[in-house]
Design a protein around this ligand. Structure first.
Ligand SMILES: Nc1ncnc2c1ncn2[C@@H]1O[C@H](COP(=O)(O)OP(=O)(O)OP(=O)(O)O)[C@@H](O)[C@H]1O
Length: 423
């Protein structure tokens, strides 16, 4: 059996913390078995290395290893991604497609952010875990697969179970053995070690001398809370490596790279809250309004599509109560039915293609002009959206739930945006 030290070297894992060593040791022990593993720990602690170790040290190492980020796949397509679909199963399913569980037969699937799986997908997953069976979307044929599942989560699963967002039976089936990775703030000894490693990597990458922290800066580094864990430490090391001319970094300089939100354990410079939601100047408020409008517009688009499909306002209202509540606020929701009283206005024009053709041929210049303007606006809105999301996450110390509530979007949408913007 390979030693913990050898594994750390092989997988580029830095640190000597006993809890980290124990987690790696557990991964080595469980690898030869087919037991389902749940890797737990805050975001950015390095959970992704555990399934890789397990796969590489198992008899499945010549099989496929597929990592799936369950939070990043839209709810509507996740079943088809995981289990595949039959031709004609839904609009756009022009061909039969194999899902990850079919492709990874004989290998390992890593389900990252498993707590984000929709409940219907959880049922399918439970079946695979129990007897290796699954059914493609749109099919009635039961198929078999032999896949080892390693899942990971950074949310409190008991909370999710209590809120009925996660099935209890699936949780116990997934977490036969749990491997927990400690938060960076619990690994004080490793913080400076990791920082030095990242500083030397970035010096090499950017062909600049390695940055070095003064003793005071090291103390600050150790006191800081690192809510974003190793990912945040790495980002800070990269920013400083690129931006600072003076390669000796003082505590004051380091502090400018550390968000000073509440709970960050800093020699507190506490900002006074200026407004209810703390969007502190007019420009920000304006962006927030734009952001909200964009979100409402997307919600309205979704509702309109559903109305066009079903043609039945009260049915759509019943299925979308929370969305309607969100758009119409505390106003009487009968506004909604009034608004959509005349459904004919929503009918899709029968000669859609012809209409589009006309636009292109009759007013070619106008068409291109409109296209360019739209692109520019979209781009700048995207920047603002990114800026707002960053600010909100900073303000809430990386807590997505609070940031999503402040931004008025769902946690899933926020999660996708974090991945999209690589935050
Ligand atoms: N011990 C370590 N040594 C060196 N780099 C590490 C270590 N642990 C994590 N990293 C680096 O930190 C970053 C975050 O790690 P990773 O993506 O595995 O975190 P995670 O816990 O899976 O986060 P999330 O829950 O957000 O997916 C990666 O760039 C990874 O390479």
């Amino acid at each position: 059996m390979e030693s913990v030290q050898a594994i750390k070297q092989r997988f580029g894992i830095i640190g000597n913390d006993p809890k980290l060593n124990r987690a790696i040791e557990k991964a080595i022990q469980v690898a030869p078995t087919d037991i389902s593993i749940l890797v737990t720990g805050e975001s950015g602690v390095g959970k992704e290395s555990i399934p890789k170790i397990i796969h590489q040290l198992s008899h499945r190492k010549h099989g496929k290893y597929i990592a799936v980020n369950c939070g990043a796949i839209p709810e509507g397509t996740i079943d088809s991604e995981l289990f595949g679909h039959e031709k004609g199963a839904f609009t756009g399913a022009t061909q039969t497609r194999s899902g990850y569980f079919e492709v990874a037969d004989g290998g390992t699937i890593f389900l990252d952010e498993v707590g984000e799986l929709p409940l219907t997908t959880q049922v399918r997953l439970l079946r695979v875990l129990e007897n290796g069976e699954f059914i493609k979307v749109g099919s009635s044929k039961v198929q078999k697969t032999d896949v080892r599942i390693v899942a990971a989560t950074n949310v409190n699963m008991f909370e999710a179970i209590k809120k009925e967002r996660f099935r209890e039976d699936l949780y116990y089936r997934l977490s036969t053995i749990e491997i927990n990775l400690p938060a960076l703030r619990e690994r004080k000894e490793d913080i400076h070690l990791l920082f030095r490693k990242f500083a030397s990597d970035f010096a090499l990458k950017y062909k600049m001398p390695t940055i070095k922290l003064t003793d005071e800066a090291v103390q600050l580094l150790l006191r800081y809370r690192w809510n974003g864990n190793i990912r945040q430490l790495r980002n800070v090391a990269e920013q400083i490596s690129v931006l600072e001319h003076n390669r000796t970094i003082s505590a004051n300089t380091l502090q400018t790279y550390l968000p000073t939100g509440a709970g960050q354990n800093l020699p507190a410079i506490i900002k006074e809250s200026k407004s209810e939601s703390d969007f502190s100047n007019e420009r920000e408020i304006l962006y927030k309004v734009l952001f909200d409008m964009k979100s409402d517009l997307n919600d309205l688009k979704k509702l309109t599509m559903e109305l066009m499909k079903s043609g039945n306002a009260s049915e759509v209202q019943k299925d979308n109560e929370s969305l309607i509540q969100k758009i119409y606020g505390n106003d009487d929701v009968s506004d909604f039915e009034e608004t959509v009283d005349d459904l004919s206005v929503l009918a899709i024009p029968e000669h859609k293609e012809e209409l589009i053709d006309e636009t292109v041929t009759n007013s070619d210049d106008k068409y291109h002009f409109a296209e360019e303007i739209e692109e520019e606006e979209t781009l700048s809105l995207q920047d603002k959206e990114l800026e707002l999301i960053k600010k909100s996450l900073e303000r809430h110390n990386g807590k997505r739930k609070l940031a999503a509530a402040e931004l008025g979007i769902s946690e899933r949408t926020l999660y996708r945006k974090i991945k999209q913007y690589d935050l």
